[in-house]
Design a protein around this ligand. Structure first.
Ligand SMILES: [Zn+2]
Length: 342
C-alpha cells in the first residue's frame, strides 16, 4: 500500500483534450457567390472564408501556407508542416502535391506530433477509421508511397489504426461524417447527422492529450469544381462543427481547425489556390495559440509548448533509403502524373 500522499501524486492527470481537425483544401476566399461556395450556400462557420467575419465563439486566424517558398501551396508539403512542425516546402525547396515523398516521410516517421507526444507519455492518436481492405493494401511493400501524411504518422507510432468496427462501436470517427460513403460501400447502417459525429469528436477528444481527425472531401469537391458537391460538403462540415462546438467544454478542451492550402473557396479553378488559409481556434488554449501560430508549421510547435515538450529544431532525419527505393525525382514525376490525372 502506497502512503496516502504518493497515491495522490499517482492519480492520472486529466488529458489536455486538444483536438486537431484537419480540413483538406479550404482557403479564405472572396465574397463572390459565382466562384466561392461559402458565399453561395448557407453556413455558420465559414463567413470568414467568404470575405466576412467569423461568427461562432472562437478565433479565425489567417495562417501562412506558403512558408517562404514561392508557388502554389500543396498537400504533401503542407501536411508535413501541420503534422510535424517542420517546414515541408523549405525541406524540398518547393511545394509538392499528393502523398509525402521519400524526403518528407522520415519527418513523419521519426518526428510526427503523435510520435513525439507518445514518447513523452501523452496519449494521442489519429481518430480516423480504416476499412480492412484498405489496411491490407497498406501492408504491401512500397505502398508507403500511397499513404497520406496522417496515415504515415499513425503507422509510425506503432499504434493500430482504428477500423470501421471501432467506429461503429463509438471508439473513433469515419471520414464521411454521416455514413453516406460507408452505405455506398455496402454497410447496412443508417445515416447519422454530421452534428452527432461532431458531438462525438468532442467526447473522444477528452480521452487524449491530442487527437487528430482528418476530412478530405472538401478538397475533392474543390478539384471537381462542383457547386452541388460543395453544397453537400459544406452542410456536412458546418453541422459537424456545430455538434463539436456544442459538446465541447471550452474551459478544459481546445479545438484547432486547420487546413493545408486553398481549394474549395474558389471553384473557378480545379487546382489548389494561392489564397491565404485560416486556422480556427476555440476553447482553453485558443488565445495562447492565436499568439503563437503564424504559419502551418507553428501549429504542432504551439501544441508542444502548451504540453511542455521541447521542439527539436535541428532535427536531421537519419532514416536511410532502403535498397531499391525510388528517388525523390522519380516520386516527384509520379506526383506530376497523378496531378495531371486529377
Ligand atoms: Zn488537392
Amino acid at each position: 500500500m502506497l502512503p496516502e500522499k504518493l497515491q495522490e501524486c499517482n492519480l492520472p492527470e486529466q488529458p489536455e483534450g486538444i483536438i486537431l481537425l484537419f480540413l483538406d483544401g479550404v482557403g479564405l476566399g472572396l465574397a463572390d457567390p459565382s466562384r466561392n461556395p461559402f458565399a453561395r450556400f448557407a453556413n455558420y462557420f465559414f463567413h470568414g472564408h467568404a470575405g466576412g467575419s467569423f461568427r461562432p465563439p472562437g478565433i479565425l486566424l489567417e495562417t501562412d501556407a506558403h512558408m517562404g517558398v514561392p508557388g502554389l501551396p500543396q498537400s504533401a508539403t503542407g501536411q508535413t508542416a501541420l503534422f510535424t512542425g517542420y517546414n515541408g516546402p523549405q525541406i524540398l525547396g518547393r511545394h509538392i502535391t499528393g502523398f509525402p515523398s521519400v524526403s518528407l516521410r522520415p519527418y513523419l516517421y521519426e518526428k510526427s506530433v503523435l510520435k513525439v507526444l507518445q514518447e513523452h507519455g501523452k496519449p494521442s492518436t489519429l481518430l480516423n477509421s480504416y476499412s480492412k481492405v484498405y489496411l491490407r493494401r497498406l501492408e504491401r511493400p512500397r505502398n508507403e508511397r500511397l499513404m497520406s501524411a496522417s496515415s504515415l504518422m499513425q503507422r509510425a507510432t506503432g499504434q493500430p489504426f482504428f477500423t470501421i468496427e471501432d467506429y461503429l462501436a463509438g471508439r473513433s470517427l469515419y471520414m464521411d461524417l454521416t455514413n453516406w460513403f460507408l452505405r455506398k460501400n455496402g454497410y447496412q447502417i443508417p445515416l447519422v447527422s454530421a452534428k452527432t459525429n461532431g458531438r462525438k469528436l468532442a467526447d473522444l477528444g477528452k480521452q487524449y492529450d491530442f487527437a487528430v481527425f482528418e476530412y478530405f472531401f472538401t478538397d475533392k469537391a474543390g478539384h471537381a469544381q462542383s457547386f452541388a458537391a460543395a453544397k453537400r460538403i459544406i452542410a456536412h462540415v458546418d453541422s459537424f462543427l456545430e455538434g463539436l462546438w456544442e459538446n465541447l467544454d471550452p474551459t478544459k478542451q481546445t479545438v484547432i481547425v486547420c487546413t493545408d492550402h486553398g481549394n474549395l473557396e474558389d471553384l473557378s479553378t480545379g487546382t489548389h489556390t494561392p489564397n491565404p488559409v485560416g486556422t480556427i481556434l476555440y476553447g482553453k488554449h485558443a488565445d495562447r495559440f492565436a499568439g503563437e501560430i503564424k504559419a502551418l508549421y507553428d501549429i504542432p510547435r504551439a501544441v508542444y509548448r502548451v504540453l511542455g515538450i521541447p521542439f527539436d529544431e535541428g532535427f536531421v532525419p537519419k532514416t536511410e533509403l532502403p535498397a531499391g527505393s525510388v528517388s525523390e525525382e522519380d516520386e516527384l514525376m509520379n506526383h506530376t502524373t497523378e496531378k495531371a490525372l486529377n
